[in-house]
Design a protein around this ligand. Sequence first.
Ligand SMILES: CC(C)(COP(=O)(O)OP(=O)(O)OC[C@H]1O[C@@H](n2cnc3c(N)ncnc32)[C@H](O)[C@@H]1OP(=O)(O)O)[C@@H](O)C(=O)NCCC(=O)NCCS
Length: 150
Amino acid sequence: MKPAPLRFESLQASHIDAIMEIEKQVHSAPWSRQSFENEVGHKDGVFLVAFKGPAIVGYAGAWTIAEEAHVITVAVDPGQQRQGIGRRLVIELLERTKVKGAECATLEVRVSNEPAIALYESLDFISVGTRKKYYPDNREDALVMWKYSL
Ligand SMILES: CC(C)(COP(=O)(O)OP(=O)(O)OC[C@H]1O[C@@H](n2cnc3c(N)ncnc32)[C@H](O)[C@@H]1OP(=O)(O)O)[C@@H](O)C(=O)NCCC(=O)NCCS
């Protein structure tokens, strides 16, 4: 059977309960409800929610700052990973930041997060350095990645 197609919607307040369920499962330091609420309708933001049928299966957000897209979050429901959803979310996210004027993109990712680093490398992000002890919960370093052309 063919997998159900993905559909993307801009973040709405009604999505936040389902998003927080995913967020708590995938992150050691999950965002607060308020952090998600701040992204609803954010003037310089793009925040996409991925649906498979009626179910929310992932989300990704970015801010456009001048010509730069700053990817602020990407997550996929653990039961739905390794099906290409993360890649499609990031591709769609970057397309939409491009429409808002972004020409390049950057992000930080935990140095231990091999799945995410592999995902970003597959989309032509390159590692340009680290931010030492960037993550307050375990003082882990962040890898700084850039995609110089969208
Ligand atoms: C990172 C994450 C979003 C990837 O989502 P996903 O839907 O599973 O990713 P995809 O199926 O689109 O995979 C795309 C590519 O990423 C890489 N990748 C994804 N998961 C991987 C894993 N567990 N191990 C190694 N590489 C992996 C592969 O290169 C993969 O391509 P391939 O399947 O053709 O080999 C998901 O693992 C996640 O939600 N992790 C927790 C949250 C997180 O760490 N977010 C990033 C914070 S910066």
